[in-house]
Ligand binder design. Sequence first.
Ligand SMILES: Cc1ncc(COP(=O)(O)O)c(C=O)c1O
Length: 468
Amino acid sequence: MCEAAAGFMTEYYEGLRARRVMPEVSSAELRGLVVEPLPRGGMEFDALLGVVRDVIVQNSRHNGHPRFFGYVASPGTAVSAVGEMLTATLNANVTSWRSSPAAAEIERVVVQWLKEMLGYPESALGLFVSGGSMANFSALAAARAAKGPADVSQAGMGASGRRMRVYVSEETHYSSRKAAGLLGIGEANVVVVRTDGRGRMDVEDLQRVVRLDEEAGALPLCVVGSAGTVSTGAFDPLAEIGEVARAHNLWFHVDGAYGGFAALAPSARGLFRGIEAADSVTLDPHKWAYLPTGVGCVLYRDGMWARKAFAHDADYTRVMGQGQDESFAFWDYGPELSRRFRALGLWLLLKHVGAEALGAAIEQNMACARYVERLVGGSDDLEMLAPVGLSVFCFRYAPPGYSGDLDELNERVLVELQRDGSSYLSNARVGGRFALRGCVLNYRTTERDMEVMVEDVRRVGRGLAGEA
Ligand SMILES: Cc1ncc(COP(=O)(O)O)c(C=O)c1O
C-alpha cells in the first residue's frame, strides 16, 4: 500500500510542471464521477489509488505547479508530504506533554527556531494552530485578556462599559476583523487606519484615531501590523507601530502569516525591525515555509495572557503527579484540545534542507516578482498597479488605444486565464482598480515561468480585447 502510494507521489511531483494548473471540469461533471451511495463493501487499494489518480488528482487545481500564483498558497514539499504520512501513522494527539512527549518537545524546539528566525524573545511561548486565521484569533483573544475589561471571558462583554477598539490598516487581512467579531469585540469596533502610497499603515493616522477613541471614552485594545499584506505584499513599519502601541498601552500584534518567513531572506531582514517588541506574532508555515495546508503558528511574548484567555480547569484534563515541564498543556494557550502533530513537517523540512536553503528559495521568489515588474515596465500593453511587495505583483492588461473599461476587461482576462490552464493569477483591488495579482510562493518557480505567465496574460488579453 505504502509503496504504491509513494510511487504515485513521485510520479505526481515529476509530472507537476506538465499539468494544467486548473482542471477543465464542471461541478456537475465531477459529481457524476464521485457521487454514489454509501459503499457497503470494500475495494482493493490499488484500484482505489487509481481512482485517486484519475478522478481526484486529475480534477484538482495544482497549487504546487510553478505557475500557480493565486492567493497565498503553499506548494507543499515532498519531505513534509512524507511527514504527513508519518504524522498520521504515529497519530499523536498533541494536547499536552503527557499525551505525546516527543511531539510536544519537537513542537517546542521548532517554535524556538521560529523565535530565533525573527529575533523574538527566547522567553516567548508559541504553538501550532490550523492556520493564520486561527493564529490571529488566538492572538486577539490574548489581547482581549490582557487589555480588555477584567475577566471578560467569564463575565461576558456586557460587563464592560466601554467599547473595545482594534486598529488595522486598509490592507490588513480580514481574519483579524473576523476574530474581533467572534471575540465579541465587534467588527464595528475595528478601526481602519489609512495607508501610505505603498500600502503601509500610516502611523500618524494610527495615532490620530487612537487619540480620538481615548477622548471619546472607548478602550483602545490592540493594533495589528502586517508583515506582508495579502493584496500587495506591503510591510507595515513595525518599529513605529510598536512605539505607538507602547505609548497608548495597546497590545501589538503582527500578522506575519504571509511574510513572516521572509525573515530568512537576507534582503528582507531589515523590514522586521521592531518585531521583537510585538506582544504576539502570527506565522503561517503553510504559506512561505512551503508546508502542506493545515499549519499556522502563534507566538505570545508573554504566555500568561494566552493562559488567561484559554486555560480551563476540568477534572478530565487535570495533569497529576508530574514536574513543571511535564505538566505543560497546549490547551492552556490556544483554542483547541485535540491537535495534530503539526510541528513534524516543519521540523523535517528545516532539518532536511536547512534554514539557509529555505531563505534562498524565498529570496528567489521575491526576485521572480521583481522580474515581473521589469517585464511589465518594458512593455506597452501591461501596467503595474502597485510596487512589488515581497513576492506579490499586481498589474493589468492595458493595450494601447483600448477604449473600453479596463476593470471589466481585466476581470475577463483573469477568468479566461484561470480557465486556460497554463498560468493562474488571482485578483486584488488596488487604488480602486482591478488588478491581476500574483504571489510567487513556490521553490519550483523560475524567471522563465514569469515570462510564460506574462505571455499567457497577453495571449488571453489580445483575444478578449479583439473581441470587444
Ligand atoms: C496576511 C494574512 N493573514 C492571515 C491569513 C489567513 O491565513 P489562513 O488562510 O492560514 O487562515 C492570510 C491568508 O492568506 C494572510 O495572507
